[in-house]
Design a protein around this ligand. Structure first.
Ligand SMILES: Nc1ncnc2c1ncn2[C@@H]1O[C@H](COP(=O)(O)OP(=O)(O)OP(=O)(O)O)[C@@H](O)[C@H]1O
Ligand SMILES: [Mg+2]
Length: 296
């Protein structure tokens, strides 16, 4: 199984490129899942199919999945019940299960947990991950050290007051530790998968404009400093065949940014995706897939 993680700034075309990548792999006979890691899912709209909250087969070899965050937050909470009971108790906060998924960082943990289930199940040849605009690969890479920090804390706590808690609820401390170990193991499995080029590839989608190019550079630099290699860059919304004054001027500035990216990232696969002049949905995704991969 190979993971293809699609990242980039908001609105640049990550979901369209994820959907089209899924279509292309499926077209080549590979069982492929397009997995949305964005709480504001958009794959249903892009595929023009109601997806529901379980992986759904949408054509030969192609599946798509938009986990329902509220639903998954409930089962995630139950899976790690002891950890969260201890944590919320420690900080004296009261969190309703339905609000849990909206807490900062929690959606990443839930999606990571779900992705790990899919990764260890090994049911698909490819899993294309459509990420959220703000989400970066980083939270996934940092989870193991966060959970390690937590283990250390819990171990420290254990000496001080876990013994007392154990008296009130026998086995509480051990149950917490066992849940923390499970969580950490899952996070570490995904971190190792992401830094292994045989198991994962990361694609950055960008547009040829200053802010997007700068943000992509920062994203690539940060991600690569964690040992993850970005293998390809998709430059989207490129104006190709229009000679009106507006497009000529836009094209000139786009060309400069495209050149800059090509020079800066010679070792990466850079693909130009035209601006289609209309929304990309449903059947038109095959055209995007061909523009992205047919020349390979
Ligand atoms: N090459 C293109 N030509 C024309 N329209 C496009 C192109 N690529 C994407 N779009 C349109 O741009 C909009 C945003 O695309 P998309 O949802 O894929 O971006 P995103 O990066 O996933 O956004 P978000 O960060 O909000 O998740 C959509 O309406 C999509 O149809
Ligand atoms: Mg999106």
């Amino acid at each position: 199984m190979k993971l293809i993680y699609v990242a980039g700034k908001g609105g640049v075309g990550k979901s369209v490129c994820s959907a089209a990548s899924g279509i292309w792999k499926a077209h080549q006979g590979k069982d492929t899942l397009v997995f949305s890691m964005d709480p504001a899912h958009s794959l249903s709209d892009i595929f023009d199919i109601d997806l529901g909250s379980k992986p759904r087969k949408i054509r030969e070899h192609l599946y798509a999945y938009e986990p329902d965050l509220a639903e998954e937050a409930g089962s995630f909470f139950r899976r790690y019940k002891n950890i969260f009971t201890a944590l919320f108790g420690l900080f004296e906060v009261e969190v309703k299960p339905e609000d849990f998924g909206n807490m900062p960082g929690v959606s990443e943990m839930i999606f990571m947990d779900k992705l790990n289930d899919i990764y260890t199940e090994k049911k698909y040849d490819f899993v294309v991950i459509d990420s959220a605009p703000t989400a970066m690969v980083l939270p996934l890479l940092q989870l193991p050290s966060i959970t390690t920090g937590f283990v250390t804390k819990v171990l420290g706590m254990r000496n001080r007051w876990m013994g007392m808690l154990d008296l009130l609820q026998p086995g509480f401390a051990d149950r917490i530790l066992s849940e923390v170990r499970t969580m950490r193991l899952k996070a570490e499995t995904m971190r190792l998968a992401l830094i292994d080029p045989q198991a994962s590839s990361i694609t950055i989608v960008t547009i040829p404009e200053k802010a997007a190019v700068e943000e992509s550079r920062r994203l690539i630099e940060t991600v690569e400093s964690h040992g993850v290699t970005v293998s390809s860059i998709i430059i989207n919304h490129v104006i190709l065949d229009c000679d009106c004054r507006f497009c000529r001027e836009k094209k000139a500035s786009q060309t400069a940014y495209i050149q800059e990216l090509k020079e800066c990232y010679r070792e990466k696969r850079i693909t130009i995706l035209p601006d289609y002049g209309r929304e990309v949905l449903g059947d038109s995704l095959m055209q995007v897939a061909e523009d992205l991969y047919a020349k390979e």
